[in-house]
Design a protein. Structure first.
Length: 170
C-alpha cells in the first residue's frame, strides 16, 4: 500500500464492490429475510456508487461526471477530466485497478443474475438490477468522461501541430 498515491480511494473502490458481491452470494446463509438482505445490499451498492462517482474516479483516474436537470426540464450529462499535465500524475497501477474493476463488476452482476434466474429467485433479481443500473451508470459516465478527455488531448495536440506548422512557415 505504500506505493499507492491514493490508498484510501483504491481500497474503497474495491472494498464496496467486493463487499456487495460477497454479501449477495452469502446473504441467504446469514438471513432468510429478503427485506434485511435487500437493505444491506442496497446500502453497500449505494456506498459503492457514491464512492466511485465522487471519490475514486477523481483520485484514481482524474475523471468526473455528473448529471444536471436544466430549468426547462431537459437533462444534460457533464464530464470533467484533468488536463494533460494532471494526467501525468495519475498512477498507472491505480488506473488499472479502477478500469478493471469498473468493467468487471457489471459482468459479475450479469452472471449472478443468470444464476439467480436459474435458481428461480425472482425477488433477488431486483437486487441484481439495482446493482447493474448503478454499476453501468458509473461505467458509462466514466467511459464518456474518458472519451472527452481523449478528445481534449487530441484537440490540444492538433492545436500544437498547427502552431508548429505556422511557426515553421514564418
Amino acid at each position: 500500500m505504500a506505493n499507492f498515491s491514493h490508498p484510501c480511494a483504491a481500497v474503497s473502490h474495491v472494498f464496496f464492490k467486493t463487499a456487495a458481491v460477497l454479501t449477495y452470494i452469502l446473504c441467504e446463509w446469514f438471513s432468510d429475510n429478503f427485506v434485511v438482505n435487500f437493505v444491506v445490499l442496497a446500502t453497500l451498492l449505494a456506498c459503492d456508487f457514491w464512492t466511485v462517482k465522487n471519490v475514486s474516479g477523481r483520485f484514481l483516474v482524474g475523471l468526473r461526471w455528473w448529471h444536471e436537470v436544466n430549468e426547462d426540464g431537459s437533462s444534460q450529462w457533464k464530464f470533467e477530466s484533468l488536463d494533460e499535465e494532471g494526467q501525468k500524475t495519475i498512477d498507472t497501477f491505480e488506473k488499472r485497478i479502477f478500469w478493471w474493476s469498473t468493467y468487471a463488476v457489471p459482468v459479475i452482476w450479469v452472471l449472478l443474475g443468470l444464476v439467480t434466474l436459474l435458481r428461480l429467485h425472482w425477488t433477488y433479481l431486483i437486487i441484481v438490477l439495482l446493482a447493474l443500473v448503478l454499476a453501468c451508470s458509473n461505467l458509462v459516465g466514466y467511459v464518456k468522461a474518458s472519451r472527452d478527455q481523449t478528445k481534449q488531448i487530441s484537440d490540444m495536440l492538433g492545436t500544437a501541430k498547427a502552431f508548429s506548422v505556422i511557426k515553421n512557415l514564418v
